[in-house]
Every structure is written in C-alpha cells, then in structure tokens.
Design a protein around this ligand. Structure first.
Ligand code: 1PX
Length: 213
C-alpha cells in the first residue's frame, strides 16, 4: 500500500480558501477536505494526540456520511444544511436524546476548533523565533475551545501540548520550506480561515445554533 501523502500546509489552506463561494456560502466538500488534512498532520505529531484526532476524525466521518447519503444535495453547503436540518426538525436544540447527531451540532464542534486553529496559527506566525509552540497552543486553547470542555479534557489537552516541538521545527513540518516560508504562507492563508470562521459564526448565531448540546 502506498504511504499516506505527507502533510502540506498549502493544501490544507487552499481547501479552506476553496470553501467560500461568491454568494458567501461555505461549501462542505472543501471544508471537510481541510479538516482531513489537519487530522493527517495531527497523526504525524505522534500518539499523544490520538485522543484528539480520534474525536475530530469521528466528526469528519459523520459529516462525510451525510454528504454522501440519501439527502446529499442538502449537504452541499453549511447554509443548505442548516436550512434542511432546521426545517426537518433534525436538530436537537435543548438536549440530546439518543437520536443520531445532527450535522449542525457536529459542524459546531469543528467550527469551535477552527477558532482555536485561527488563534494558534496567528500565534505561530507572529511569535518570535524562540517562542514555545506549547505556550502558543495553550494560550489559543484557553482563549477558545477550553470553555466548551470539561476539566478532564482540558487537563489531558494541556498535557499533550507539552509534547509539541519547538516553533521552528513545527513550522518546518508543514512542508512549505523554511520557517520563514511557512510564516509567509500563513500570512496569505489566515484571512481565508478567518473568513470561513466568521461566515459560519454569523450563520449559526442568526439561527441560534451556537449552544447546541
Ligand atoms: C497547520 C497545522 C496546525 C495543527 C493542526 C492540528 C489539527 C487539530 C485538530 C483538532 C480538532 C479538535 C476537535 C475537537 C472537537 C471537540 O471539541 N470535541 C469535544 C466535544 O465533542 P462532543 O461530541 O463530546 O460534544 C470532545 O469532547 C473532544 C475530545 C478530544 C479533545 C479535544 C482537545 C482539542 C484540542 C485542540 C488542539 C489540538 C492541538 C494540536 C496541536 C498542534
């Protein structure tokens, strides 16, 4: 079997760039492709992160199932998904009752993690040569995802962050050349991730979907 392709930051970033249409809709195909790439990268960081990649993987898989399923035409964009799931009463708004997880609640988890990614990549981009990846990661996590996680997950996540390599080594694993090249790619790409994040945030806020259980 062929070895899985090496992670390339450029690929992930162009997936997020391809998400937003002229009508400012967010396409699920490239969105999930971007997530697939990130999960691949997480695997390359070692087994300490596998509890994180397993959860992200399960969520991406659930979404891919919906995108290929019976109602696939409803899962082309986040906007069409929200419309369809709300109109069909598929979204559990107050508590989970054992029904299959909706696309909306699943995307909401990925969307919150995208905020972490945005802060983390911005921290890496602007951090000095000697700044610590683990500190950048912890700060970004505390300012975003941590608020949604119970103590035990927060503890496990912050312990895993200590295993991250130095900023320069980390930037080099992104496969876009030197640390300086990676910083330049991040500068070009971050606005696209921010765009995807803010369109989704607005869509979910408009439909009061930001607290789905
Ligand atoms: C360019 C390279 C950047 C690095 C890429 C790394 C990709 C990281 C992908 C992280 C995806 C995390 C998804 C988490 C979703 C979530 O919040 N799930 C929780 C809630 O789900 P539920 O179904 O129960 O409502 C769930 O409880 C989570 C469990 C696993 C722990 C999540 C910790 C998240 C830490 C995020 C930081 C990743 C650090 C990677 C280091 C580079």
């Amino acid at each position: 079997m062929a070895a899985p392709a090496a992670f390339s930051l450029r690929e992930v970033l162009s997936a997020f760039e391809a998400c937003v249409t002229e009508q400012r809709e967010v396409l699920l195909g490239p969105y999930l492709c971007g997530w697939r790439g990130l999960i691949r990268f997480l695997h390359s960081l070692g087994a300490v992160f596998s509890f994180i990649s397993k959860d992200a993987e399960a969520k991406v898989q659930l979404m891919e199932g919906l995108c290929c399923g019976e109602h696939r035409e409803r899962y082309v964009s986040l906007q069409s998904m929200v419309r369809y799931e709300l109109d069909s009463g598929l979204v559990e708004l107050h508590r989970r009752s054992g029904r299959p997880d909706s696309g909306c609640r699943t995307v909401l988890r990925l969307h919150r993690a995208l905020r972490w990614l945005q802060l983390f990549l911005e921290g890496l981009r602007t951090g000095g040569e000697h700044s610590r990846t683990s500190a950048i990661c912890t700060d970004s996590y505390n300012a975003s995802l941590a608020a949604f996680h119970p103590w035990v997950i927060r503890k496990a996540a912050t312990m895993a962050f200590c295993a991250l390599p130095s900023r320069d080594a980390f930037l080099r694993t992104m496969n876009v050349g030197s640390a300086e090249d990676a910083v330049a790619v991040l500068g070009e790409a971050l606005p696209h991730i921010s765009d995807v994040y803010s369109i989704t945030q607005e869509l979910f806020a408009q439909h009061r979907l930001l607290d789905l259980p």
